[in-house]
Design a protein around this ligand. Structure first.
Ligand code: ATP
Ligand code: PRP
Length: 219
C-alpha cells in the first residue's frame, strides 16, 4: 500500500465541503456522500483510501500516519498542538473563538471582573492560554459539547467556545465579550508521508491552493 494515499475526512460540519473540494481538485470521491455507516472507502484503481473520523480525532490519525493527509478545523489544530503539517487554509468552516458570558452578568462589566471564576469549554488549552495571557486565574471545566448549557445551570460563570452564526449564543442568552481568534478548515499532512508521498501530495496541494486562492473568508 506504499503508494496508496490515505485521506482522513471529518464526519460532521466540514464533511460535505471537504469532499466537494477534493472532487474539484480531481480526486475520485464516489460513494462518500451516500448514506452509509462505512468508515473506510477504498478506491483501488485510483490508489486512494478515505477514512471517516470524528473531527477531533483527525490530528491523531494523521500524526501517527494512519492517514497521510486530512481535513480539520484550525481550532482543533491549535487546541491539540499535534506534530502534523498544516498545508492549506481551505477557507470554509469559518468560526470564531470567543469568551461568552450570560447577558445579565455581562451588563456593565468587563471580563477582568470575572477573575477566579469557572469557565466551561471543549478547548481547555485555548482557554488556558487566553486567560494566562490576560493575567487572569480561572478554573477550567472541560466538556465535550453543548457548552452553552454550563452557565445556565451554574456549572460555570462563562464559556470559551466557537461561534459561527451566533445563533446558539443568542438562543441561550449569552453574549460574546472577547474574541480569541478565527478558524477555518485546514489541509494537514503527516510529516513522513509528506516526504515519502510528495509526488502524490504536492500536486494535490497545488491544485487545492489554486482552487481556494481567490475565495474570501467570511467570518
Ligand atoms: N457552527 C459552526 N459553523 C461552522 N463551522 C463550525 C461550527 N462548529 C464547528 N465548526 C468547525 O467544524 C469543525 C467540526 O465541527 P463538528 O461540529 O462537525 O464536530 P465536533 O462535534 O466539534 O467534533 P467531535 O465530534 O470530534 O467532538 C470544528 O472543529 C470547527 O472547525
Ligand atoms: O454560532 P452558531 O452557528 O450557532 O454555531 C456555534 C455552535 O456550533 C458548535 O457546536 P456544535 O453544533 O458543533 O455542537 P457541540 O456543542 O455539541 O460541539 C459550537 O460549539 C457552538 O455551540
Amino acid at each position: 500500500m506504499k503508494d496508496t494515499l490515505t485521506i482522513a475526512l471529518p464526519k460532521g460540519k466540514l464533511y460535505d465541503e471537504a469532499i466537494d473540494l477534493l472532487a474539484e481538485a480531481g480526486l475520485s470521491t464516489y460513494g462518500l456522500k451516500e448514506d452509509s455507516r462505512k468508515l473506510m472507502f477504498h478506491h483501488e484503481a485510483e490508489r486512494l483510501k478515505y477514512i471517516i473520523c470524528r473531527p477531533t480525532d483527525i490530528p491523531t490519525f494523521v500524526e501517527y500516519g494512519a492517514a497521510d493527509i486530512g481535513v480539520v478545523g484550525k481550532d482543533t489544530i491549535v487546541e491539540q498542538d499535534k506534530d502534523i503539517m498544516e498545508l492549506v487554509d481551505l477557507k470554509f468552516g469559518f468560526c470564531r473563538f470567543v469568551v461568552a458570558l450570560p447577558e445579565e452578568a455581562a451588563r456593565g462589566r468587563d471580563l477582568s471582573q470575572f477573575n477566579h471564576r469557572r469557565v466551561a469549554t471543549k478547548f481547555p488549552e485555548v482557554a488556558d492560554a487566553f486567560f494566562r495571557e490576560k493575567g487572569m486565574q480561572v478554573e477550567i471545566i472541560k466538556l465535550h459539547g453543548n457548552i452553552e448549557l454550563a452557565p445556565m445551570v451554574g456549572l460555570a460563570d462563562m464559556i470559551v467556545d466557537i461561534v459561527s452564526t451566533g445563533r446558539t449564543l443568542r438562543e441561550n442568552n449569552l453574549v460574546a465579550v472577547e474574541e480569541i481568534f478565527n478558524a477555518t478548515a485546514r489541509l494537514v499532512a503527516n510529516r513522513v508521508s509528506y516526504r515519502l508521498k510528495h509526488q502524490r501530495i504536492q500536486p494535490l496541494v497545488e491544485k487545492v491552493r489554486q482552487l481556494v486562492k481567490d475565495k474570501e473568508v467570511r467570518y
